[in-house]
Design a protein around this ligand. Structure first.
Ligand SMILES: Nc1ncnc2c1ncn2[C@@H]1O[C@H](COP(=O)(O)OP(=O)(O)OP(=O)(O)O)[C@@H](O)[C@H]1O
Length: 230
């Protein structure tokens, strides 16, 4: 059960190409009523098909640095030469809807988020091998030779971080995507059901408050006057 009214966020971490976005997209498609994606900010250029405000908030280095110094970010990191970060606004936007906030962040971000009071479920997505990771990044077709090299070099460090005991609550090896997704779903099902029940309870409370409010305003303003023609 949740210990407070805000459901615990889900933090996904793992090397670039491990399959985080693929798994998150499947979860959002199946549990979109109760999950909300925290849209990160980035200074990297949009990839074909990426939408500003949906996949990322695309921004500039100077704008992002200004927001960070104003304390507007929960976590941020430089990865592969670009800045990435989670703004407080992005998480609050999801939590205000009573949904479980889903974050896709890298190692430096996980270290920072662990110091906050967000108390997330920390999930590490691992590729079956470095060779397969390279193949996936190549076939995704999003990388230049230079960015591929950077991502693979960073992957070694991400993997080492993922394997340190206590860093994550759950490690999922994404070999077969269906098996990986089922393992993820099984791990999160109780959390999702709790959030659904809490959401339904919160909606019920809001509805009952609204109907009392309507009832009392109808009495005080006599919105529904009694028929005196009889
Ligand atoms: N189990 C799998 N088997 C084969 N291909 C996969 C599997 N999971 C994901 N892929 C493919 O591998 C590529 C990388 O996956 P994805 O973009 O989800 O990784 P990511 O961890 O989100 O990477 P990044 O951090 O760079 O955004 C994609 O083209 C995706 O379709």
């Amino acid at each position: 059960m949740e210990t407070n009214s805000m459901p615990r966020p889900l933090v996904f971490c793992g090397p670039s190409g491990a399959g985080k976005s693929t798994l998150i997209k499947q979860m959002m498609a199946e549990f979109g009523d109760v999950l909300g994606f925290s849209v990160s900010h980035t200074t990297r250029a949009p990839r074909t098909g990426e939408v500003d405000g949906k996949d990322y908030y695309f921004t500039t280095k100077s704008e992002m640095e200004r927001s960070i110094s104003n304390g507007e970010f929960i976590e941020y990191a430089v990865f592969s030469g670009n800045m990435y970060g989670t703004s407080k606004m992005a998480v609050e936007k999801v939590q205000k809807l009573g949904k479980i906030c889903v974050l896709d962040i890298e190692r430096q971000g996980v270290i920072q988020i662990k110091k906050t009071d967000l108390n997330p479920h920390l999930i590490f997505i691992k590729p079956p091998s470095m060779e397969e990771l390279k193949n996936r990044l190549l076939s995704r077709g999003t990388e230049t030779m230079e960015s591929l090299k950077k991502r693979l070099a960073a992957a070694e460090e991400e993997l080492a971080f993922g394997e340190i005991p206590g860093n994550f609550h759950k490690i999922i090896v994404n070999d077969n995507i269906h098996e990986a997704y089922n393992e993820l779903k099984e791990y999160l099902l109780t959390h999702i059901e709790d959030a659904r029940k809490n959401g339904a309870r919160m909606n019920g409370e809001v509805l009952s408050k609204l109907s009392s409010l309507l009832y009392f305003s109808s009495l005080s303003f006599n919105l529904f006057p009694t028929d005196i023609s009889n």
